[in-house]
Each structure stands twice: as structure tokens, then as C-alpha cells.
Design a protein around this ligand. Structure first.
Ligand code: HEM
Length: 472
């Protein structure tokens, strides 16, 4: 399975674009006199397209090149707008910690995914965000996570049982289907069947719509289909709410219907619908990409695969419970290293709502920002030999991530830090545990997946692996 035609055309265009000589750096805005701040330097790139192709083809290479020319904070044009990119843990901390309340998540993310995920908790700021997050937190408490883990294990076993061993098993689509089936059962409480298929299709359309390049409601286009599917999902969830509110089920949907903060605040029907649609999206690609890339790295590093398999066997249980996670330290090292190498949310969006400073640079109000999690995690001086898969970086003896609290930030940080971090970790590890016990896998020497960029880097060639079932 090679790269799809659209990806090959895009890559050819990006290669031509790379040959266009770089323009003269220009200042985004002059810093106020006496502020001691430097201007943000950058260049727009090509007319209309800006750096879009470069970012889609090779986000890491583009960010590294621009960082080399302009430093840790620079501007360019991409995705139809002017953007400031921030790399390096100091700048990331300034934006995510948001001590002066100068950065809006609602405005930043709203530009990219607002049409599809409006009123999701990530697209809220300040007091409103705090209010919604406190209620939502109830659905991610420890006892809930224990029950979600128990609910997902049978779905994982069923899914993996259907994986046909072979020389080129398409791992990525299989992982996508599996996490979607898990979400349908554990989040929505829907038995797999015809209804679930319709739901899954609508959900995929909404996610794909949010990543469309042509960002307009043109009939037949991805954006148009995404909006229509969003309406379908809204109607589906809204219609189920009375039954969920009346029942005692433990799926995430039911839990959100009943969730109550310590102060007795609850979600309206509208809130539940919006949070369900957003949470399904936030959970899906992220977990799929993490799992698939972890499997890939373990294929390239069979010593690590064997180490993890021995660890899983030593646990002596075919499925793991939430409490078993601490007993899998090697799996945790490989999991963290995969998130460092291949952060599924590669960039975090914000917009400045006041004039401010980032890493010594003046950034005026109304500037769209991309916080470069993926580039920072793959660049010196923040990480040694950053392109090498080396899970021991996270071992108790080294703890390289402690060099700076934001050097490793695949789940973001501060108030918007991923609410599903423990859920996502548990899901990926629960699937991997079962796969390790029943299967071994490898890839041909020198194979590297063809990557595209959605919310972060992901494989587009299906990630074929040689999958074999273990005896016994
Ligand atoms: C390995 C998997 C995952 C990664 C790498 C990841 C990454 C992230 C990141 C970077 C953010 C912060 C965005 C920002 O600051 O603007 C975030 C937020 C969020 N994530 Fe995750 N995520 C993962 C899995 C999940 C799962 C499984 C769920 C749900 C079950 C989830 C639900 C959310 C929600 C609701 C938010 C918004 C939180 C807020 O704004 O308060 N994520 N995620």
C-alpha cells in the first residue's frame, strides 16, 4: 500500500515549492518602544498557499527550517491565515499557562474546527471553561475509569480476534475501526450493529470535515458532508437524552447526563450533545495514532517488543484492569516515547486577545498562534538525538523530560490539559497488552510509514505489518 494519489500530488508540489528562494524576513509588528522586546520575524511563503504544503508534507522539517532562520517564535502564512508558531518549552509554557489571560482557546481552535466542534470544552475560555470542565471531570474520575476499562476489554478481544494474520496486515485502518467500536460501546453505550455503523460513518464525516482543505459549504465537499453529519449526530444524541437521564447505565453518555459538580451544577441537554460530539472526536484519532505508531516502533525495535511481551506475560492475566497499569513500567516508557516522537496533537491553537510577550518577542492582540508540541519534542537542544526511539529517556535513572515541565507535553498543560489523558493511556495499553499476548509483528527492514498531517502526524499508507498469531 503506497501513499494515496492526493498525497503524492501534494508532495510533488511541496518539493517544487521548496525550490522557491526564501524571501527577506519581515517583522510581524514593531514592539512598543522601551519594552525591550524583539519583533517576531518571518515570511509569508507562497502567495495564497503560504507554507500550507510544507506543513502538510513535512511539518517537522518546515518547523525546523523556520526555527533555524527565525528562532523560537516566528510568523508565516498557512491554512488561509497568518500564524505565529511557537517552539521550545519556555514559549509553550507562556502560552499554555496563560498567566496574563492573553490567550484564547475558543478563538484559536474556533478558526480551525469551530464549525464542527463549537461548544466543545476545548473551545471555551476562563470562567465558562472552568464551569464545564468541573462537571465533565466527574466522568473521568478513577472509579469511572475502572468501569470503562472493564467495559472495553471484551470489545478489544472481539476486535483483535478478527485481525487476520498476514504479510501486510493494514494496521492503521484496523486500529481506527477498533477504537471506533470501543467508543461506540463505552462512550455511547450502543451495541454494535446497523445503528452503530450509521453513527460511526457520521462521526468520521464530522472529523474529516474539520480537516478539510476547502473550508466552505460546497455541496459534495467534505465540509458540507461534515456539517450534515454533525446535524445527524446532534439529532441522534438529543433524542436519546431522556432515556439516558432516566437510566443507570455507566457509558460516558449516561455519565455526562448525570454528572454533577461538587456545587451541584449539571449539563443542559444542549451541553451533553456538544460535549459528546467533541469528546468522541478528541478521543478517536489521538488514541488510534498513538496505538498504531507504538505498534510500528515495536516492529522496528523487536527487543522492545519482546521486553513488553515478557512484562505482559508476567502479569498473568489475559486482560488488564485499570489497577494493572502500574505493573507495566516498560510499556509506559515505550508509550511515552511514542507520544514524544509522534505527538497526535502536533500543534495547539490559540489566539491572543491582548498585546503580549512570548519568549522575549512582542505579539500583538488578534494574532493566531500554533504551539509547536511536535517540533519541540523532536528538536535539540530540548532533547538529545531527538529522532531516535529511546524509551529509556523516561526511565527513573534519566528522566530527560524533567529538564523542563513543558519539554514533553503531548497532552498539553494547565487548564486545558487533556481530560482524557488517563482514559487514552489505559485504552492504548489495554489493546497493546492483548495484542502482545496473542501476536508477534514486524516490518521489512528500512520500512517507514508514509505520513500525512491532520491534527498531528499520522500514517496514510495503512501501516502494513507482518502479523503472526502466537501458538497457545
Ligand atoms: C493519546 C491520546 C491523547 C492525546 C495525545 C491527547 C491530547 C490532547 C491535548 C494536547 C489537549 C489540549 C488541547 C489544548 O490545550 O488546546 C487535549 C484536550 C482534550 N482531550 Fe485529549 N488527547 C488524547 C486522548 C483523549 C481521550 C481518550 C479523550 C476522551 C476520552 C480526550 C478528551 C480531551 C478533551 C475533552 C480535551 C479538552 C480539555 C479542555 O479543554 O479542558 N483526549 N487532548
Amino acid at each position: 500500500m503506497g501513499a494515496p494519489l492526493a498525497v503524492r500530488v501534494r508532495d510533488a508540489a511541496a518539493t517544487l515549492v521548496d525550490r522557491v528562494p526564501a524571501g527577506e524576513p519581515r517583522a510581524l509588528a514593531e514592539p512598543p518602544p522601551g519594552s525591550g522586546l524583539r519583533p517576531v520575524l518571518g515570511e509569508p511563503g507562497l502567495p495564497v498557499l503560504g507554507q500550507t504544503l510544507g506543513f502538510l508534507q513535512n511539518a517537522l522539517g518546515s518547523a525546523r527550517r523556520l526555527h533555524e532562520r527565525f528562532g523560537t517564535v516566528f510568523w508565516t502564512h498557512a491554512f488561509g491565515t497568518r500564524l505565529v508558531l511557537v517552539v521550545g518549552p519556555e514559549g509553550i509554557e507562556t502560552v499554555l499557562a496563560n498567566r496574563e489571560k492573553a490567550f484564547s482557546s475558543e478563538r484559536g481552535w474556533g478558526y480551525f474546527i469551530g464549525a464542527f466542534f463549537e461548544r466543545g470544552v476545548m473551545l471555551m475560555d476562563l470562567e465558562e471553561h472552568r464551569h464545564h470542565r468541573r462537571i465533565m471531570q466527574q466522568a473521568f474520575k478513577r472509579e469511572r475509569l475502572v468501569s470503562y476499562t472493564d467495559a472495553m476489554n471484551p470489545a478489544i478481544a472481539r476486535g483483535i480476534a478478527g485481525w487476520e494474520p498476514g504479510l501486510a496486515f493494514p494496521l492503521f485502518p484496523a486500529a481506527k475501526q477498533l477504537t471506533l467500536d470501543i467508543a461506540t460501546e463505552v462512550f455511547v453505550g450502543e451495541e454494535l450493529g446497523a445503528g452503530a455503523d450509521r453513527l460511526n460513518d457520521a462521526f468520521i464525516d464530522v472529523v474529516v470535515g474539520g480537516q478539510a482543505i476547502v473550508r466552505a459549504d460546497v455541496p459534495g465537499g467534505k465540509w458540507h458532508r461534515g456539517l450534515a453529519s454533525r446535524r445527524l449526530l446532534e439529532a441522534y444524541f438529543r433524542q436519546q437524552i431522556p432515556a439516558k437521564r432516566a437510566g443507570t447505565a455507566t457509558d460516558l453518555f449516561s455519565v455526562l447526563c448525570h454528572a454533577e459538580s461538587e456545587d451541584g451544577e449539571r449539563f443542559s441537554d444542549e451541553d451533553v450533545v456538544n460535549h459528546m460530539i467533541f469528546t468522541l472526536m478528541a478521543a478517536h484519532d489521538t488514541s488510534t495514532i498513538t496505538f498504531a505508531m507504538l505498534v510500528y516502533y515495536l516492529a522496528v525495535h523487536p527487543d522492545w517488543q519482546e521486553r513488553l511481551r515478557s512484562e505482559s506475560r508476567a502479569l498473568g492475566t489475559p486482560v488488564i484492569g485499570y489497577d494493572d497499569l502500574d505493573a507495566l513500567p516498560a510499556m509506559d516508557l515505550a508509550f511515552r516515547e511514542t507520544l514524544r516522537m509522534n505527538a497526535p496533537v502536533g500543534m495547539i491553537a490559540r489566539e491572543t486577545v491582548a498585546d503580549t510577550a512570548i519568549d522575549g518577542h512582542f505579539v500583538p492582540a488578534g494574532t493566531k498562534l500554533m504551539v509547536g508540541i511536535h517540533p519541540t519534542q523532536r528538536m535539540e537542544p530540548w532533547w538529545d538525538d531527538p529522532d531516535r526511539f529511546d524509551p529509556e529517556r523516561f526511565s527513573p535513572e534519566r528522566r530527560d523530560e524533567r529538564r523542563h515541565p513543558y519539554a514533553w507535553a503531548p497532552f498539553g498543560g494547565n487548564v486545558h490539559k487533556c481530560i482524557g489523558m488517563h482514559f487514552g493511556s489505559m485504552e492504548v495499553k489495554a489493546i497493546l497488552h492483548q495484542l502482545l499476548l496473542g501476536h508477534r509483528w514486524s516490518v521489512p527492514a528500512g520500512y517507514e510509514p508514509v505520513m500525512d498531517y491532520g491534527t498531528g502526524p499520522f500514517p496514510v499508507d495503512g501501516l502494513p505489518v507482518r502479523l503472526e498469531r502466537l501458538a497457545g
